[in-house]
Design a protein around this ligand. Structure first.
Ligand SMILES: NC(=O)c1ccc[n+]([C@@H]2O[C@H](COP(=O)([O-])OP(=O)(O)OC[C@H]3O[C@@H](n4cnc5c(N)ncnc54)[C@H](OP(=O)(O)O)[C@@H]3O)[C@@H](O)[C@H]2O)c1
Length: 471
């Protein structure tokens, strides 16, 4: 009997996805460059139908034709290197699925390369980490619809169960699936940064211990703010360091790393002209955090504000909860806006309601609020910004003063809050009918003759500013 599905790359994700498929009754052939990982997978297999292979030709001949192969190798060059070895072994009609965090433009190039050889190729963003891969991830697919239809039953079987069924979706041609996953990660960065800012304000502003902060987050996580990222943060803040007996989180070096998807999301937003400042600030916050030695030196020479009087605890907690909700909503709003613009620009043609549906379970940014987001985009598919729709507008109405208070408090006490500040700045700019960009346009015209438009009549205008009469 030949295996129904192949997985190449048996590290964290590939190994768990292979087990997930096999546990759902699909026979899987697995291959990894180094044999150790294949053996590690087999050590976890009980009676699941998984066939280990130790060379690419052996792997390819173990698969039923036309073959379907999931590539779960490290993103970047390996996603070109492995197919270049694999392609000569495949036959027309075989399907290669890149399930890693590939850049959407690379996926579009790889689809063309595969097609030139008569092969089929899908780019699929997979979210959920190790546990998700095993128990049910969220899957975001792009490529040809017919190729997705071929593997949809297996994706439906292994995906997380959301409100309306399995969290797998087809988002259009080319690199659409990887684009959606990239923006998912951009939003993930912004939410993580917002939670980190809450932690800092509670720790340095109110003097809370990690377990007291965990209790605050646990309470928020009971109701409308419930999310996977808050849930794991509660666990993290309560975790003991086995070496010191103190809180593990306090023993971890404060320098955040990144693998690139958050940065790509911001780069792509800039290319599109999509306004995602809070997502961008989260990337910059990680970059600043990585300057650990410089920051330690600067701390000694750049003094902060004078000590403030103690903060009112209940009032600060209430403001922080409302501000957190608004900053998180803003992160989703900016991400969905980028996806809306990208779908039009790249011709993906996906629906934002479907994106929200696929994100309701399995993925890292799953949250109770996604159900309302889905409804908002169902009611108004072309909604320009989530905060214009209920119940999100109401969060702004009821929470804007709290967000302002939190940003003021942070600035007064010298605690950096790039996500909170940028969310507030963005929403204030978005709701302002007349911004000072008229002055910017005048300056551009003054030094570069770039012309400007007028409010009172159509057309492009240029003024010889040096010679013009003054008021
Ligand atoms: N880890 C997560 O939580 C997560 C979540 C979502 C998406 N992803 C994405 O999913 C993909 C896989 O992630 P991962 O964490 O499971 O693994 P990874 O650490 O990103 O990559 C390790 C795997 O890639 C293989 N590999 C690397 N270079 C290779 C090459 N030149 N030729 C053949 N194989 C090569 C390794 O084989 P060897 O064992 O021989 O070194 C190993 O199987 C990545 O794109 C990642 O960004 C990861």
């Amino acid at each position: 009997m030949k295996a129904q599905f192949g997985v190449i790359g048996l590290a964290t994700m590939g190994q768990n996805l292979a087990l997930n498929m096999a546990q759902h009754g699909f026979s899987v052939a697995g291959y990894n460059r180094s044999a150790e990982r294949t053996q590690a997978l087999m050590a976890r297999v009980k009676d699941e139908p998984i066939l280990p292979t130790f060379a690419l030709p052996e792997f390819v001949s173990a698969l039923a034709r036309p073959r379907a192969i999931l590539l779960m190798v490290q993103a970047g060059r390996p996603v070109d290197e492995v197919p270049s070895e694999l392609f000569p072994l495949l036959e027309p009609g075989d399907l290669l699925i890149d399930g890693g965090n590939s850049h959407f433009a690379d996926t579009e190039r790889r689809i063309r390369e595969a097609e030139s050889r008569g092969l089929l190729y899908l780019g699929v963003g997979i979210s959920g980490g190790e546990a998700g891969a095993l128990e049910g991830p969220a899957l975001m697919a792009g490529g040809h619809a017919a190729d997705y239809a071929r593997i949809e039953p297996i994706f439906e079987a292994i995906a997380a169960r959301g409100l309306d069924g399995p969290c797998t979706g087809y988002f259009g041609p080319g690199g659409s699936g990887h684009y959606v996953k990239m923006v998912h990660n951009g939003i993930e960065y912004a939410i993580m940064q917002t939670i980190a800012e809450c932690y800092d304000l509670l720790k340095r502003g109110l003097g809370f211990t990690p377990s007291e902060i965990a209790a605050v987050f646990a309470e928020w996580n009971q109701k409308e703010l419930e999310s996977y990222l808050l849930e794991i943060t509660v666990d993290i803040l309560r975790t003991k360091d086995s070496e010191t007996g103190g809180f593990l989180v306090e023993a971890i070096k404060d320098a955040a790393e990144q693998k690139g998807t958050g940065k790509w999301s911001t780069q792509a937003a800039l290319d599109l002209g999509a306004p995602t400042p809070t997502l961008a600030e989260a990337v910059f916050a990680r970059i600043v955090s990585a300057l650990k030695e410089e920051r330690v030196r600067a701390e000694k020479v750049l003094p902060g504000p004078a000590p403030n009087p103690p903060l009112p605890v209940q009032e600060t907690l209430e403001n922080l909860r409302k501000a957190y909700a608004l900053a998180v909503i803003t992160a989703y709003a900016q991400g969905f806006r980028q996806l809306r613009d990208a779908s039009t620009e790249h011709g993906y043609g996906f629906s934002l309601a479907e994106v929200a549906r696929v994100w309701t379970a399995g993925c890292i940014i799953r949250a109770r609020m996604l159900q309302d987001m889905r409804e908002a985009f169902r009611r108004e598919p072309d909604l320009p910004l989530l905060v214009l729709a209920e119940p999100f507008r109401e969060f702004w109405v009821k929470g804007q003063e709290s967000l302002r208070d939190v940003v003021c408090l942070a600035h007064r006490t010298g605690i950096p809050v790039p996500a909170f500040s940028s969310a507030l700045n963005f929403l204030d700019a978005y709701r302002t009918g007349r911004l000072p960009a008229n002055l910017t346009q005048a300056q551009r015209d003054y030094f570069g003759a770039h012309t400007y438009e007028r409010l009172d009549r159509p057309g492009k205008f240029h003024t010889r500013w040096e010679e013009a009469p003054r008021c």
